[in-house]
Design a protein around this ligand. Structure first.
Ligand code: F6P
Length: 369
């Protein structure tokens, strides 16, 4: 039941989870608690909590958020399927279709007495934010993704934690690879952008780094591997982003696109690379490690907790200022905001001419080209 004396801000987390989501939620709640006339509610599993029957809305107070900033995941759940503009429905013939339930969602928000919405999510979630804003919803966005692929912000929270995880994996693989004179291929996340791959390859001192932005040449990879072996002894570490592809080739999907059940799942590039290298005559022992969701789960590192806390506080202050239709962003050293339209207009690819790529090449990392 709504406290009629107080205004209500609804928080939702959408898309893949990410370390730091709980720190944002906590910051919003703690900042809101300083305003006597506001209360915070959470929608369970992104906007599904509003659209489900019965709805799933939880009150978020100081007690609910105590200590959650150190916990991974999101206490209000998330989903990267469907959403108000493409709600999955099963057709009579058993196939999947989708329905636009956005108008109904706006009505439900009014019925629930929601005065403002804070949508914490990545690219897809902020596209939903923009469309809801166009329909008159008082909405603010907070950028989230381990992939760091939103161009409006210097960094998204969760990215540095994922990089730390991937770097730890490189460090561990070095010791076992060196002991066994092996090549290891580490597959990391990064759908269209190779930020995690590039950062962890530089931090861990990998020999080869393959990212979506620089299609690779198998011969160059092979040459680099052989340069690391002398009389059968040596080792090499290859970091490959899940969205990497060979020159003239395509990305590798785990399975077909199942309509109504989310987007295509990438994966399997490490084993494909190994197959291709063996087919091309690689004679060294070579193994793969797929890091997968270990990059997304678990405790956020301090950097991400701090960034997430700043985003949460600023998002609530934007609610107070009625600064709707915008997404919070980090532009060093400031926390700023940008209109949704700008936030979703440009994807944040790694620039092959950037200083970090130059540094990677400078320490001898083969970028596959
Ligand atoms: O967008 C973040 C991300 O981790 C991508 O790097 C990856 O392709 C995707 O999510 C995986 O999503 P899911 O957990 O739904 O398989």
């Amino acid at each position: 039941m709504k406290d009629t004396m107080r205004k209500r801000v609804l928080v939702a987390t959408g898309g893949g989870d990410c370390p730091g989501l709980n720190a944002v939620i906590r910051a919003i709640v703690l900042r809101a608690e300083q305003e006597r006339d506001w209360e915070v509610v959470g929608s369970i599993n992104a906007f599904d909590g509003i659209l489900n029957e019965p709805n799933e809305i939880v009150i978020l107070g100081e007690k609910e958020v105590a200590g959650i900033h150190i916990r991974g995941g999101t206490i209000i759940g998330t989903t990267n399927k469907g959403g108000p503009f493409a709600w999955p429905i099963k057709n009579k013939d058993g196939s999947w279709g989708s329905a636009d339930r956005s108008d109904e969602m706006i009505r439900r928000l009014q019925y629930l007495g929601v005065d403002a919405v804070i949508n914490i999510g990545g690219d897809g979630s902020q596209q939903i934010s923009q469309k809801l804003f166009e329909k008159g919803c008082n909405i603010i966005g907070v950028p989230k993704t381990i992939d760091n692929d939103l161009s409006a912000t210097d960094f998204t929270f969760g990215f540095q934690t994922a990089v730390q995880e991937a770097t730890t994996a490189v460090d561990k693989l070095v010791t076992t690879a060196a002991s066994h004179n092996r090549v290891f291929v580490l597959e990391v996340m990064g759908r269209y952008a190779g930020w995690i791959g590039l950062h962890s390859a530089v931090a861990g001192g990998a020999d080869v780094c393959l990212i979506p932005e620089i299609p690779y040449d198998l011969n160059k990879v092979m040459e680099k591997i052989y340069s690391r072996f002398h009389r059968g002894r040596g080792y090499a570490i290859i970091v490959i982003a899940e969205g990497a592809k060979q020159k003239g080739g395509d990305v590798h999907y785990q399975d077909g696109n199942k309509k109504g059940e989310g987007s295509q799942r990438l994966g399997g590039v490490a084993s494909k690379l190994i197959e291709d290298l063996k087919r091309a005559g690689l004679s060294t022992d070579i193994r793969e490690t797929v890091l997968g969701h270990l990059q997304r789960g678990g405790t956020p590192i301090a950097y991400d907790r701090i960034l997430a806390t700043q985003f949460g506080v600023e998002a609530f202050e934007m609610v107070l200022r009625e600064d709707f239709g915008r997404m919070v962003a980090y532009r060093h050293p400031n926390i700023v905001s940008v209109p949704f339209k700008e936030a979703i207009s440009k994807y944040n690819f790694v620039n092959p001419e950037s200083y970090l790529i130059k540094a990677a090449r400078g320490v001898g990392i083969c970028m596959g080209d």
